[in-house]
Design a protein. Structure first.
Length: 436
């Protein structure tokens, strides 16, 4: 861990460019519209049973299937499922809460009146400590168990991707897409995943950017790099453990399974900016099932060199916050990548301006379906590259039925308002655009 190159897959998950040019839409090619199967739509909200607080990023999945989605910051979700699975149950899960199964038949045609209450799941004291536990040993076992706990065959995943850019408190760019992911096995040296955009749309208000156009590079392929069980170099290797201090914070229950909660932070003697955060490690299998972490921004100059690709003269850009979240889902004894989110806040200071401007970028991706049958690796020309700008590859927002039966993350109320506001400045497409 002697160069910044080692941490770039995760540390620079949001690469930014500042330029005076105007963004132009990428070339779009229409695909033939796929016949849509009949499906039902279930809407609802997941809350704490005791106080009614919305549970943010809770998992909503069709039991015994690969169909799933994540709640938004208001705890709300919309899930579209085909009729063949309409007779099954929905499973609601959230960190530190008991799982809940609800028959699909009880939730149909009920709008947002479906309020799912989850009860907290504290772990009894007798289950926490039987003998002294060394957090370093727990993390080492988790690293050693990666090849056993995660998929050994390639998967093809369908996912929903969204990215937003806010200038101070105002949304100035919103983009989203259905993407396909080639997920390579975890137990081989050839571990490179691939992502391609199937269908996407955007809305942006360039005028509110002043003279600066804020570009977000990498799109879905960058936030996919937050799969730390695969991209282990910065955090989850025996070598990288030498640069961190670990602490066993507590034990909690996730998906009805007890988990170690391990906090980690880089050692004071390490000069290179690394990470700090929390790992959730399942006690029996030592699988890492969730991770919440942030980038150490104490050294502003070094951090800026990682995040900022290009900026105009006379502008100082300083990263203020960089936080990340990753979740996995278990099926048949294996853990699969399910969700990741990255949020980075920047302070922009012009030498000749009195006030600072703050830009906040958010990218998230949620896997909504997957298969391990007849999986073929994507051609290089189809894949999204780290240097690509997502907003230049998709068209403006189309009609309300744009997504059809694809599962997407329900927009937050603030984003819905932003879309309505921005739509007055964007010419909406009358057709559905598909990306290659």
């Amino acid at each position: 861990m002697k160069t910044f190159r080692n941490i770039s897959p995760i540390g620079a998950v949001l690469l930014l460019a500042f330029t005076f040019a105007t963004a132009s839409a990428g070339d779009l090619k229409e695909k033939k519209k796929i016949d849509q199967q009949e499906y039902i739509t279930i809407k609802g909200k997941v809350v704490d049973a005791e106080n009614g607080t919305a549970l943010v990023f809770a998992s909503v999945a069709v039991k015994e299937s690969n169909v799933a989605i994540i709640t938004n910051i208001d705890g709300e979700f919309v899930l579209k499922i085909g009729e063949p699975v309409a007779g099954k149950n929905l499973e609601f899960t959230f960190l530190g809460y008991k799982n809940k199964l609800v028959p699909v038949s009880e939730l149909r045609d009920n709008g947002y009146k479906n309020v799912i209450q989850l009860e907290s799941a504290p772990i009894p004291i007798k289950e926490i400590v039987v003998k002294p536990l060394d957090p370093n040993d727990i993390v080492a076992k988790a690293i050693h168990s990666i090849s056993k706990n995660y998929e050994s065959v390639p998967n093809l995943m369908t996912a929903f991707y969204r990215e937003t850019i806010r200038k101070n408190r105002t949304y100035v760019s919103i983009g989203e897409a259905v993407v396909e992911i080639f997920k390579a096995p975890y137990d081989t040296d050839i571990r490179f995943d691939g992502t391609r955009i199937y269908k996407g749309r955007k809305s942006s208000d360039v005028q509110k950017m002043d003279t600066v156009l804020f570009k977000l590079q990498g799109g879905p392929v960058s936030v996919l790099a937050l799969d730390i069980a695969k991209n282990t170099e910065s955090i989850l290797t025996k070598e990288s453990m030498e640069f961190y201090n670990y602490k066993l914070a507590t034990v909690i229950e996730i998906d009805n399974k007890p988990h170690y909660v391990i906090d980690f932070i880089q050692k004071p003697s390490v000069d290179m900016p690394l990470f700090m955060g929390t790992l959730y490690i399942e006690m029996e299998s030592f699988a890492i099932t969730e991770a919440e972490f942030g980038f150490n921004l104490a050294n502003k100059d070094q951090a800026a060199s990682i995040f900022i690709r290009k900026k105009p003269l006379g502008m100082e850009v300083t990263p203020e916050i960089a936080t990340y979240r990753t979740k996995y889902r278990e099926q048949n004894g294996k853990w699969y990548f399910a969700y990741s989110r990255a949020e980075v806040k920047f302070k922009v200071d012009w030498k000749k301006k009195l006030f600072n401007t703050y830009y906040t970028t958010m990218s998230e991706i949620a896997v909504t379906d997957r298969t391990d049958q007849e999986v073929i690796k994507f051609a290089g020309k189809d894949k999204v590259k780290y240097t690509d700008v997502f907003s230049e590859k998709v068209s403006s927002f189309a009609d309300q039925k744009f997504w059809g039966d694809y599962n997407v993350i329900e927009p937050d109320q603030s984003i819905e308002s932003a879309i309505r506001k921005l739509s007055r400045k964007v010419k909406f497409s009358d057709r559905e655009d598909f990306n290659k």
